[in-house]
Write a protein that binds this ligand. Structure first.
Ligand SMILES: [Zn+2]
Length: 79
């Protein structure tokens, strides 16, 4: 089961959705990364990871079932 790097709780819907925007690509929930539990440091890390994702080459895909946010096609299972 994937858990948030910060609060250690499993992912869920809405603000509990996990994204790989923690340190080193660790799963974090939106609450901790950019929401009520966020710190400036966490938000900076999330923004950095997000920008790195978007800077990769290829068409963008956003599938909410994957809980990874926008990603490039063909990168499935790469991480
Ligand atoms: Zn969390």
């Amino acid at each position: 089961v994937r858990k948030c790097h910060y609060c250690k709780r499993p992912g869920g819907k809405g603000p509990r959705e996990l994204r790989p925007y923690g340190p080193g690509g660790a799963d974090v929930c939106a609450e901790c990364a950019i929401g009520v539990n966020a710190t400036p440091e966490r938000t900076r890390t999330a923004e950095k990871m997000f920008r790195e994702k978007l800077s990769q080459k290829g068409p963008l895909v956003l599938d909410s079932r994957e809980r990874v946010g926008p990603r490039r096609m063909g990168k499935r299972g790469a991480s």
